[in-house]
Write a protein that binds this ligand. Structure first.
Ligand SMILES: Cc1cc2nc3c(=O)[nH]c(=O)nc-3n(C[C@H](O)[C@H](O)[C@H](O)COP(=O)(O)OP(=O)(O)OC[C@H]3O[C@@H](n4cnc5c(N)ncnc54)[C@H](O)[C@@H]3O)c2cc1C
Length: 273
């Protein structure tokens, strides 16, 4: 779509090239959302691809995913054999049901910053305890868990001018067992419910709800939960009005119902494994 108010596209090569921020600017990643609907009042796009960040880096901390890494690049990542949770990467990429054109352009950072409840990169990063590194406009940097970065439907905790630089998926989480469940109302529809469970060697269990809820909800159980404990925690944590998501992709009662069914399936699967 043509963006009629647009006046310039900046191509920063280094951090020092980033402009002083104003409200008529937006960071441009893959543009699959930015160019998909009118953006009234938008005058300047700052094209993050020009910064030339390495898409994926593995080190002793885990997997560093640059915000500009595309879904296609991430889907091709070959993980070390002992990264049992690495299969989640492919499952979450496939949860973004776009054509190869969308996969080749859409970025991990764009998906998280867009903050749709059905953001599969948010699901991936939140479920593995991923940490976001954010560039602040004063030249500094801050880190926070991805689960706290996405705060609602189309809402994040990013302040004006802040740029998501990368996501770190920590090594211990990548070695954990996991279970994944996803459902949408139509075979090729957007996720209406997406749940991921993980369990470490000590039995610490997590359950992360996305798509069903307007923001990611991550529950941590120090020991494997019983069915009642798990269901009770879900209802307690998602009790705030409006937290069960309500849109064309599913109503709140259906999302809660399917979430509880999936949570129990995940609990059993992690127990059997
Ligand atoms: C066919 C189709 C299917 C889709 N399915 C899904 C789906 O299932 N789930 C879903 O969540 N989305 C879906 N989308 C929407 C969108 O394409 C994806 O969310 C995509 O990952 C957005 O990434 P992008 O790089 O294109 O972001 P852009 O469109 O470039 O940017 C999105 C927003 O994030 C901001 N932004 C981008 N990068 C940064 C950064 N590093 N720091 C700060 N702000 C930043 C931009 O300013 C903008 O506000 C779909 C789109 C299409 C066309």
């Amino acid at each position: 779509m043509d963006l009629h108010s647009l006046q310039e596209v900046l191509l920063p090569r280094t951090r020092a090239d980033l402009p002083r921020w104003s409200e008529d600017m937006a960071a441009l990643a893959g543009g699959t959302w930015l160019f998909s609907e009118p953006q009234p009042g938008l005058a300047t796009l700052v094209d993050l691809a020009a910064l030339g960040w390495e898409p994926l880096t593995v080190d002793a901390e885990g997997l560093h995913i640059a915000a500009t890494c595309t879904i296609a690049d991430l889907s091709r990542f070959v993980a070390p054999p002992d990264w049992r949770a690495a299969d989640l990467i492919g499952l979450c990429c496939e949860a973004l049901l776009g054509s190869f054109k969308v996969w080749n352009a859409a970025t991990v950072g764009g998906n998280i910053c867009l903050a749709l409840p059905a953001g599969p990169m948010t699901a991936l990063a939140a479920s593995l305890g991923g940490t976001a590194t954010i560039w602040t406009p004063d030249g500094g940097e801050r880190r926070l868990p991805v689960v706290d970065l996405v705060t609602g439907d189309h809402r994040t905790s990013l302040a004006s001018g802040e740029i998501l630089r990368e996501i770190l998926l920590p090594l211990p989480a990548l070695r954990e067992r996991f279970a994944f469940r996803r459902m949408s109302l139509t075979p090729l529809g957007r996720s209406g419910v997406l749940l991921i469970g993980t369990r470490d060697r000590d039995g610490v269990t997590t359950l992360t709800l996305t798509a069903a809820t307007t923001r990611p909800v991550r529950l941590v159980f120090p020991t494997p939960p019983t069915p009642d404990e798990e269901a009770g925690r879900i209802d307690a944590e998602v009790s705030l009005p409006g937290l069960w998501h309500d849109d064309i992709h599913g109503d709140p009662a259906w999302r809660r119902h399917v979430s509880l069914l999936f949570a129990e399936e995940i609990r059993r699967e992690l127990m059997e494994a």
